[in-house]
Ligand binder design. Structure first.
Ligand code: ZN
Length: 160
């Protein structure tokens, strides 16, 4: 069976940046499972995996446009510290969820002053080319329930 839209794909993967540092990897006993064609993973990874089958191994370098986007300086802004009422200690590197026009967005604190906090709405991997080393561990048809939900159920997926 080959990877196509509406299949459930399980992969072992290692993700590295341009410098070769490992940013993320699946653990051997717990492959990542996702529903192909439903934006569960970045589009560049879906494109690289399309048509592959179990036991196939591939390396893919994915540009920011097909990964987490270009770095957008407009997403960095200083906001009044008063917006963080109820948070006693605001430190650089902390992440918050904020309600934006497009839904919930995660912002990272870049700088803290007496009156303002500088936040960055870019994804931590924005602007980076991502290098994946992937082995396909399994491909199966999705259940109707999984298609309805838009994600995988069971091992490596949602439990609810
Ligand atoms: Zn579900």
């Amino acid at each position: 069976m080959n990877i196509a839209a509406n299949t459930v794909v399980s992969i072992d993967y290692t993700l590295r940046n341009d410098a070769g540092d490992i940013l993320d990897q699946s653990s051997p006993e717990a492959p990542l499972s996702y529903l192909h064609g439903h934006n569960n993973v970045i589009s560049g990874l879906e494109h690289a995996l399309l048509g592959k089958a179990k036991a196939d191994r591939l390396e893919a370098s994915i540009a920011p446009a097909e990964a987490y986007g270009e770095y957008d300086a407009a997403l960095v802004q200083a906001v009044p510290r008063a917006m963080f009422q109820g948070v006693d200690d605001i430190d650089v590197g902390m992440q918050f969820q904020t309600q934006m026009d497009g839904g919930v967005q995660v912002v990272t604190v870049k700088e803290v002053n007496d009156d303002t906090v500088t936040i960055d709405g870019n994804h931590a991997l924005a602007g980076q080319t991502l290098h994946f080393d992937v082995t396909v561990k399994g491909v199966r048809e999705a259940s109707q329930e999984e298609l309805d939900h838009g994600h995988v159920h069971g091992p490596g997926g949602h439990h609810h």
